[in-house]
Structure formats: structure tokens, C-alpha cells
Design a binder for this molecule. Structure first.
Ligand code: PLP
Length: 392
């Protein structure tokens, strides 16, 4: 069949979404030979066998039908149990909705809580989806800068300064993509108190909670502002399950009820046998053993990359304690913007890194490197980078 050439009338809303600026870089890279990408934000590991087996079994057992919109009750119980055991947080299954990854959780939060006339405070730099979600929700966007001198944490004083009557929500994401920064208990408490005092929501996106190093701990925001927090989490990174599309949200029951209304007509429910496999992921010791091994491997790579980067001229890495990214500062004397640098590195070393500006204007002067890449490839990429930078 051939489509006729005609003009398609599309909703203006769709034009609000900006396709990623780094697409051109990836397109260029895909046409070149022998390129190593350190741009990828997804685990290079396989999903643990015990989880795969559980999904296969669930299919054979007939989990091929619709499930309740909010998710299979036993799975929601397993999530509640997990928060109780890991963080001594008591949540009821009625506070939980199973979503198609953290992406859907975030989208639902923006759509159900914000409208024209409301403002949302989004960190800068930040993971790319929040700004686009805010635009579709017609919310006003304020960016709170994350600064190196503050270890890329949100400054509570600066946050208070930014809050107005229009402010409805603050977005948080720790461990952080793109900086690898982590949250500390003091900031978690302070930000939680601010949210309560000014009655604003916190959308806390926490998919990297298990990738913490150097003894760092995770502080889930539902512990610090339970009545105000919408927690988004995911199995994508924790269990290397990006393709499965499995995540969840925890929030006050009134919020969950509204989110379910939208979810029911978009997704209906998350794939039934995937949810059953999710129960195994949370309850079986073998899946946690696999997570422990992944964390150890990431940590080994993290130290390796920092060691290499620290010896290179013209760049300085921020020492991250979370996620699987390294945020690298470009020496201003080079006179290259983040995009110039990423393009130059692709040409000169055939290595892909993400320009910091993809995450906001405060990302200017930085690039993001992902170490969710096999050690041999990482080492090769770092050696190429070192050689290219030494020639400048
Ligand atoms: C901070 C952050 N939030 C959300 C997502 C989306 O993940 P999911 O696969 O759970 O939808 C990602 C993926 O890279 C991420 O880095």
C-alpha cells in the first residue's frame, strides 16, 4: 500500500515535545565505523535468569489476561513489603499503581497533578523527560540549578526562594541522572519539610536506588514527606529490565485514584506475566544476588573510569557516588561548548558522550559518560579519549 501525499493536521500539543537534541550526534555516529558509545543510559547486563524463568512460567500458567488497572494485588503487596523491609516505610497496596516503567509513572504524575497556571520546579541539569511532561501538562517550568560546589544537590534555601503561590510540584531524582550525585539525609529532611510547609508535591524519581557506592545510602522521599511525595520507581535499572516496561508509583491514595483513571485508558494494565515476574524479582534472593553483582561491577567500572579521566588533560570528572554516569567538566580554556566537545570527540576518538546541554542550560561545559558498558570497550574508549585530548 502507498500513502497519498496530503497534509496531516496534528494537535499543537504534540509540537510542544522536543525530540532529543542529541539525535543528530547519534545519527552521525551510526554512519561511522568503529564507534564506541558511552552515551547509553541502560544496563548492559541481562535480566537475572530467575526473573526470566518466572515470566515464562507465568505465561504457561495462564497469566495472559487483563489484570486490575492498578496492578496484580500480590505484586502491589510485594512492593509494599519491599519498602517496609528496606526502609521501614509503611505503605498500603492501595497507595501503589504498577506502571509501564518510571516514564509512565512520571507522565501520570504530571498529567494528574498539574495544569495551566501551575508551576513545576525542575532541576537543571535533569533527566530529559520532566520538561517535556511539564509542557504537555501546560505547566510553567522553573529550573533550579544544581551546582558542583553543592555536589549537585538541591539547595533548600534556593528552593524556598523560588516557591510562589503557583508552585505545585518539585521534581527530584537521586541517585541522579546525569550527574551521578546522591542525596543526603539532611537535604532529604529539609526538602521534605519545605514541601509540607508550602504544600507542594515532590515527584521523586528513584530508579537508581540500588546503584550507590562508597557506603552511600538511599533516602526515599516518601519517608520524609509521605503526604506530599509521588515516588516513581522502576525495575529497568535495578534488575536490568529496561525492555520489560515495569515500574510503579507510590503516592497518597487520592492521587493514586486519579492516576489510575488516566492509566486505565492509556495502558489499561502492565503486561500480566511481567507483573508476576516482578513478584519474583522482589521476593527471590537470587534476583537480589544478581543486583549485588551488578552493583559491584558498576563500582569497579566507576573507579576505573574516574582513574582514567583524572589523568586526562583538559577535563575533570565529578566523583559520583550513584547511578552509572560520570559528569565530566570540560576545561573552559578549550573554548568548546558541550556540543562542540561531543562532536569533536566523535570525530577525533570515535567515542560518543552526551553533551551536558541535553539536560538543561546548566549542563553547558559538561558532558555525560555512561559506564553501563563492558570493561574492554570502556577501557578502549578511555584510551582513545586520552590520546585525542593529549594532542590538543
Ligand atoms: C532518571 C530516570 N528516570 C526515568 C527513566 C525511565 O526509565 P523507565 O525504563 O523505568 O521508564 C530513566 C531512564 O533512563 C531515568 O534515567
Amino acid at each position: 500500500m502507498k500513502y497519498r501525499k496530503r497534509k496531516y493536521f496534528l494537535a499543537g500539543r504534540i509540537n510542544l515535545i522536543q525530540r532529543s537534541k542529541i539525535r543528530e550526534l547519534f545519527e552521525k555516529a551510526s554512519k561511522m565505523k568503529d564507534v564506541i558509545s558511552l552515551g547509553i543510559g541502560e544496563p548492559d547486563f541481562e535480566t537475572p535468569t530467575v526473573i526470566k524463568e518466572a515470566a515464562k512460567r507465568a505465561l504457561d500458567e495462564g497469566y495472559t489476561h487483563y489484570t486490575p488497572n492498578a496492578g496484580i494485588p500480590e505484586f502491589r503487596e510485594a512492593i509494599a513489603e519491599y519498602y517496609h523491609e528496606s526502609y521501614s516505610v509503611n505503605v498500603d497496596p492501595s497507595n501503589i499503581i504498577v506502571t509501564a516503567g518510571a516514564y509512565e509513572a512520571t507522565y501520570l504524575a504530571f498529567q494528574s497533578l498539574l495544569e495551566a497556571g501551575d508551576d513545576v520546579i525542575i532541576p537543571d541539569p535533569a533527566f530529559v523527560c520532566y520538561v517535556e511532561d511539564a509542557k504537555i501538562a501546560e505547566a510553567g517550568i522553573l529550573r533550579i540549578p544544581l551546582r558542583e560546589e553543592n555536589k549537585f544537590r538541591i539547595d533548600p534555601d534556593e528552593l524556598v526562594e523560588m516557591i510562589t503561590k503557583r508552585t505545585r510540584m518539585l521534581v527530584m531524582n537521586y541517585p541522579n541522572n546525569p550527574t551521578g550525585a546522591i542525596l543526603d539525609k539532611k537535604s532529604a529532611r529539609a526538602i521534605g519539610e519545605i514541601a509540607e510547609d508550602y504544600n507542594i508535591y515532590i515527584l521523586s524519581d528513584e530508579p537508581y536506588e540500588h546503584f550507590l557506592y562508597e557506603g552511600a545510602k538511599h533516602y526515599p522521599m516518601i519517608k520524609y514527606a509521605p503526604d506530599n511525595t509521588i515516588l516513581a520507581n522502576s525495575f529497568s535499572k535495578t534488575f536490568a529490565m529496561t525492555g520489560w516496561r515495569l515500574g510503579f508509583t507510590i503516592a497518597p491514595v487520592q492521587v493514586i485514584r486519579d492516576m489510575i483513571k488516566l492509566h486505565a485508558y492509556v495502558i489499561g494494565n502492565v503486561t500480566s506475566f511481567v507483573q508476576i515476574a516482578g513478584i519474583t524479582a522482589l521476593r527471590d534472593k537470587r534476583s537480589w544476588e544478581a543486583v549485588r553483582k551488578m552493583r559491584e561491577t558498576y563500582d569497579e567500572r566507576r573507579r576505573l573510569v574516574i582513574k582514567y579521566l583524572s589523568k586526562m588533560p583538559h577535563i575533570t570528572p565529578f566523583r559520583p557516588k550513584g547511578a552509572f554516569y560520570i559528569w565530566v567538566k570540560i576545561d573552559p580554556d578549550l573554548g568548546m561548548s558541550s556540543e562542540d566537545f561531543a562532536e569533536w570527540l566523535l570525530e577525533a576518538a570515535r567515542v560518543v558522550v552526551i553533551p551536558g546541554t541535553a539536560f538543561g542550560k546548566h549542563g553547558e561545559g559538561w558532558v555525560r559518560i555512561s559506564y553501563a558498558t563492558k570493561k574492554e570497550q570502556l577501557t578502549e574508549a578511555l584510551e582513545r579519549m586520552h590520546a585525542a585530548l593529549s594532542k590538543i
